[in-house]
Design a protein around this ligand. Structure first.
Ligand code: ZN
Length: 284
């Protein structure tokens, strides 16, 4: 059985004109339901102690009190509560993966740019990194492979997981592009920059060995930062994947036969709901 976790509460914030908008989750949930998927509220409730697995105390406090400024990552009175709900989805998906049930967290805000002590690029807390660090505590899992397929480098995730033995991290991302990181591999982090204009064939040709190197690590879990801004119509990037590419990517990940989960990161084109449906058709 596969599981999808989402919560309408995460549509409760929006900045005017911001591409990371509530429809991304609400319309995707509607489409998935219409396609016969069951959408569940998160089974786990994230706590402040969970946040501290990946984040500095002052960072947690700053998000809680609105004590920061970043034009991309705007303050909102409810953002702390909403970000915790988003993290709850990732924690639930990780729990589900450990039981052998592939899972997807359909939540916002995304997380992969959030570092130990910084918000960035629409991200407040690093949902995936926290979920992976918490999975280690359960005792059933000692090695995790983290794959970031968002078009932007997962710089926050890399910062948090760099040099930590239980993890191997791999990011495929457009370069040059925000945040300008991930140009070279370092330690346990493999970075695969892709030129603007990269289309499906070249993308899959790079993904295949990347996935193999993650498998060589013999992970107990495959955790995926699932950004869909690699789509050809994405308004803020320039890769050229098609809607059907995501079914192929999802299937490649499923064919690893690893316990696996994915969390929503970016993806800003109108076709996002259809893209997610295609990805999950392969991934589940
Ligand atoms: Zn992105």
């Amino acid at each position: 059985m596969s599981r999808i976790f989402s919560d309408p509460a995460v549509t409760g914030y929006q900045a005017p004109g911001h591409p990371e908008a509530p429809w991304r989750v609400s319309r995707s949930a509607e489409r998935l339901k219409a396609a016969g998927h069951k959408i569940e509220p998160p089974a786990a409730a994230a706590t402040e102690a969970d946040l501290r697995l990946a984040h500095a105390e002052e960072h947690v406090t700053a998000v809680k009190t609105g004590g920061y400024f970043d034009a991309d990552t705007p303050p909102h009175p409810d953002i702390y509560r909403i970000a915790l709900t988003s993290l709850s989805g990732a924690l639930s998906a990780a729990d589900s993966a450990q039981k052998g049930e592939p899972a997807f967290s359909l939540m916002r805000p995304p997380g992969h740019h959030a570092g130990k002590n910084r918000i960035a690029g629409f991200c407040y807390f690093n949902n995936l990194a926290v979920a992976c660090l918490k999975a280690l505590q359960g005792g059933k899992c000692s090695r995790l492979a983290v794959l970031d397929i968002d078009v932007h480098h997962g710089d926050g995730t890399e910062e948090i997981l760099l040099g930590r033995e239980p993890f191997r991290f791999c990011s495929l991302h457009q370069s040059p592009l925000y945040p300008g990181a991930g140009l070279e591999s370092v330690d346990n982090c493999v970075n695969i920059p892709l030129p603007p204009g990269t289309a499906e064939d070249d993308y899959l040709r790079k993904l295949e060995p990347a996935l193999r190197s993650l498998l060589d690590f013999k992970p107990d879990i495959l955790a995926v930062s699932a950004g869909f801004d690699t789509f050809k119509e994405c308004p803020i990037a320039a890769l050229k994947l098609d809607i059907k590419s995501y079914r192929k990517i999802g299937r490649m990940l499923a064919e690893t036969n690893l316990n696996r989960f994915a969390v929503l990161e970016g993806g800003y084109a109108e076709a996002l709901p259809e893209i997610i449906e295609n990805f999950l058709d392969g991934f589940f």
